[in-house]
Design a protein around this ligand. Structure first.
Ligand code: S3P
Length: 176
């Protein structure tokens, strides 16, 4: 691993954005969510990008952003759940970050993502689509260095588990 970044990977609804923000706060590091970065760059929401430009364009932007972020150091990066479908993204993460997989059961995922409509790949028929995508991607997250299950929903617990697994000594660990 060349750099001290942390990349959070995992299926939609496993808590990557929430955990990333909390972890970065604890470590005094910058947190970047690739979904937010893509939306900012495109000037459009994710559903709008999928609708007007297609998933392929979304994946290109996502890849570009992952490449730029992983050229930096000291970032906590929350990735989109499908970013791992690209081999180059996985290789870059592996080389330049400690890769943490967040995992949750299908039931937990469906419950969490049914609350919002910002995810075009599961729009409308969440349960069936989640089941299909989980099956398609069942090994896509296996390359992680470390896995945490977030079903219990205890943010503090998840953050502590990741901190304990870090392969380097964090410079700052804040009490907030
Ligand atoms: C996607 C996951 C989403 C977002 C886009 C596609 C996927 O991110 O990037 O809707 O293919 O799994 P989250 O994992 O943050 O929901």
């Amino acid at each position: 691993m060349n750099r001290r970044n942390i990349a959070l990977i995992g299926f939609m609804g496993t808590g990557k954005s929430t955990v990333g923000a909390a972890l970065a706060g604890k470590l005094g590091l910058r947190h970047i969510d690739t979904d937010h970065a893509v939306q900012e760059r495109a000037g459009l929401s994710i559903p709008q990008i999928f609708e007007t430009r297609g998933e392929r364009h979304f994946r290109e932007l996502e890849k570009q952003i992952i490449r730029e972020l992983l050229a930096q150091d000291g970032l906590v990066i929350s990735t989109g759940g499908g970013s791992v479908l690209d081999r180059d993204n996985c290789a870059l993460m592996k080389e330049n970050a400690f890769v943490v997989r967040l995992a949750a059961s299908k039931e937990t995922i469906v419950r969490r993502i049914s609350r919002d409509n910002g995810r075009p790949l599961v729009a409308g028929q969440a349960e069936q689509r989640v089941a299909e995508l989980l099956e398609q991607r069942k090994h896509a997250y296996d390359f992680a260095d470390f896995t945490v299950h977030t079903d219990g929903g205890m943010l503090e617990h998840t953050v502590r588990a990741i901190l304990a697994a870090l392969p380097w000594q964090p410079q700052a660990e804040r009490n907030n």
